[in-house]
Design a protein around this ligand. Structure first.
Ligand SMILES: *Cc1c(COP(=O)(O)O)cnc(C)c1O
Length: 387
């Protein structure tokens, strides 16, 4: 069956030229970058070229880039590594209540170890309040971690303003920019970002490889013991094919942000407009302006997100949902509850995340199928009083 893929926030297809670029580092140039013979020099150079490319993409210095196994590890290393290294200065951290689990659960595990964490609330569009942030800062606050853009509802936080506040109080500022890279132009200096997490597979690069930017002068502890790779901050033989692929992919993605965004956001608006005009009782979640170009998170009243998802799946359409009825937790998405959605609306949400490969024909197919599926489900729904 023809697959129509609308889940680019979960992962993206690796570009063919990225794959071509990676292959030699598994075949001919397979050497360990730490070895001392000549063939290894080529590999070391390729890893450092990739480091330069990542640095350039976010306006950092290449000595400030550490390669990791992905966004989750970068978040863990930034938050726990910083907290452990700076415990003497204070034990209070600030984050938001809509962070990715890699951030939220890192914070939770620090709480168990005696750190204190403030979870900032968000408004109905998913924005943190700069006032609340400033009021939460205490003498012993050492770190602020707020995501660049939310993976579920697409809201882009006021990162530069958060960076300004962090700088004013001399507090380290980390941002999980996994969803932002390739979709937003990021400049760690202009935005006063001290640490930034990114991941290859969210911008048409390989899975299992990411990077953490740590500004010069910021101290973090290593989390795993081993060799001295990545200047002793991240032990383990480098994932060379992944790293060179990530370097190639981030350069490509950041050079085409504007061009891709124009196409993708037009498609997204077309999708949202069609849904709003052709399906009744729907709510668009997240901010309509400051949002990721590809994200459309919509709640369909009276129906269950997972039922929609499964029916779409049977038609070859891949989407995501904030509902979790069949999973172990009956709670719907904490992000959707945090922006004030009722349990019912949160359970009826479908996230469509468009990427550069999606076409208008695919979106038309999606909306046509969605109309049919929602109509069917509402006919059976005990919640639906109409008809
Ligand atoms: C995907 C994602 C992550 C996790 O990245 P992995 O490379 O899959 O570990 C972290 N944060 C956000 C916002 C994400 O979207």
């Amino acid at each position: 069956m023809n697959i129509r893929y609308f889940d680019n926030a979960a992962t993206t297809r690796v570009d063919d030229d990225v794959i071509e670029y990676m292959i030699p580092y598994m075949k001919e140039v397979y050497f360990n970058p730490s070895s001392l013979y000549k063939p290894s020099i080529m590999v070391k150079k390729a890893v450092n070229d990739a480091r330069e490319r990542v640095a350039k993409a976010i306006n950092a210095n290449s000595s400030e880039i550490y390669f990791t196994s992905g966004g989750s590890e970068s978040d863990n290393l930034a938050i726990k590594g910083f907290a452990y290294a700076n415990r003497k200065k204070g034990n209070h951290l600030i984050t938001s209540c809509i962070e990715h689990p890699a951030v939220i659960n890192s914070m939770k595990s620090l709480e168990k170890e005696g750190f204190e964490v403030t979870y900032l609330s968000v408004d109905e569009n998913g924005f943190i309040s700069l006032d609340e942030l400033e009021r939460s800062i205490k003498e012993n606050t050492i770190l602020i971690s707020v995501m660049f853009a939310n993976n579920e509802i697409g809201t882009i936080e006021p990162i530069k303003k958060i960076g300004d506040i962090a700088k004013k109080y001399n507090i380290c500022f980390h941002t999980d920019a996994v969803q932002a890279i390739g979709s937003v132009n990021v400049d760690v200096n202009d935005m006063n970002i001290d640490m930034l997490s990114l991941s290859g597979h969210k911008f048409y690069g390989p899975k299992g490889v990411g990077a953490l930017f740590v500004r010069k002068g910021i101290l973090i502890n290593r989390l795993n013991d081993g060799g001295h790779q990545e200047k002793g901050k991240r032990s383990g033989t480098e994932n060379v094919p992944g790293i060179v692929g990530l370097g190639y992919a981030i350069e490509k993605a950041c050079n085409s942000v504007d061009e891709n965004n124009k196409k993708i956001s037009e498609l997204r608006d077309y999708y949202i407009d069609r849904v709003l005009s052709e399906i009744s009782d729907v709510k668009v979640n997240g901010d309509r302006t400051n949002r990721l170009p590809g994200n459309a998170n919509i709640s369909f009243k009276y129906v269950e997100g997972e039922s929609i998802l499964l029916r779409l799946d049977s038609k070859g359409v891949c989407v995501s949902t904030g509902s979790a009825c069949s999973s172990l937790s009956l709670e719907p998405s904490y992000v959707l509850l945090s922006i004030g959605l009722s349990h019912e609306l949160a359970h009826g949400s479908i996230r469509v995340s468009l990427g550069k490969h999606n076409t208008k024909e695919e979106v038309d197919y999606l909306v046509d199928v969605l109309k049919e599926v929602i109509g069917d489900l509402r006919k059976m729904s005990p919640l639906c009083e109409e008809e």
